[in-house]
Ligand binder design. Structure first.
Ligand code: MG
Length: 257
């Protein structure tokens, strides 16, 4: 069942998302070559708690950390580790969420570590743009499949693939609510979009094939062909006035994300 949020609920979710967006901007500024993903996770937890919020992922189905840190061929759900040091040329996907006044917010970004290949830059850019292509279809009367189809068509037009095994989702009082929001599919199919829906749209884009595997830690999702992957996610509310990207860049002391 899809829960439609009231204006008041969307206002709380907007505040939750604003706090998450600030955490992400500060986290981005703290990333350094040589830093471990464990250190990054510690920093993220500090920043979330400083916003009077709680980490949404820590303990979720047993996930051991605040942030998913997914480096290079890792698509999603990478576990922060003292053994994983960020190196020049890596691309790092961070996926994190928080709970504020009982409401969840969820977002992901892929960042270059130092200088990265032009192919990696194109891949990250495709994932970022795919989110906005999908968001543009988020309007009353459209269906979930319109978002899915737009994302898939855009990503494949750039010569990349979309992951099938993991999808976006509704979000609100729970991290994962109905409906599922696949990054592939047919236009005109699926649930109708209505004002009050809040969706986490999250293209997972791979440089090679779309097939993925889960490692023995039962979390880490990697591309089967070990090609690079990028992930971009925002929490977006559909209102009477159209979609609002709640976790989009915020004013944060003149910095841009
Ligand atoms: Mg998500």
């Amino acid at each position: 069942m899809i829960s439609l949020k009231s204006k008041r609920e969307i206002e709380i979710m907007r505040e939750a998302a604003r706090r998450l967006s600030i955490v992400i901007q500060k986290l981005k500024r703290s990333v350094r070559v040589g830093m471990t993903t464990y250190e990054l996770d510690q920093k993220a937890e500090q920043l979330i708690r400083a916003e009077d919020a709680q980490p949404a992922f820590k303990g979720y189905r047993g996930f051991p950390a605040t942030v998913c840190t997914s480096v290079n061929q890792v698509v999603v759900h990478g576990i922060p580790s003292k053994r994983c040091k960020l190196q020049t040329g890596d691309i790092l996907s961070v996926d994190l969420g928080l709970i504020y006044e009982g409401y969840y917010s969820d977002a992901a970004r892929t960042w270059p570590i130092g200088r990265v290949s032009s192919g990696a830059v194109e891949l990250m850019e495709a994932a970022r743009r795919a989110l906005f292509v999908g968001m543009a279809e988020m309007k009353t009367g459209n269906r979930i499949g319109d978002i899915s189809y737009a994302i898939q068509t855009y990503v494949e037009s750039q010569g990349f693939s979309v992951v099938r095994d993991f999808v976006g989702h509704g979000i609100g009082r729970a991290l994962h609510e109905d409906p599922q929001v696949p990054n592939f599919g047919k236009a005109g199919k699926g649930s109708k979009l209505e004002a009050g829906m809040v969706l986490a749209i999250e293209p997972m884009v791979t440089a090679g094939g779309h097939e993925v595997e889960i490692l023995d830690d039962s979390w880490t999702v990697v591309t089967r062909d070990h090609e690079l992957a990028a992930h971009y996610e925002d929490t977006i509310a559909l209102t009477e006035q159209g979609p609002i990207n709640l976790t989009g860049p915020q004013e944060c002391k003149g910095s841009s994300e």
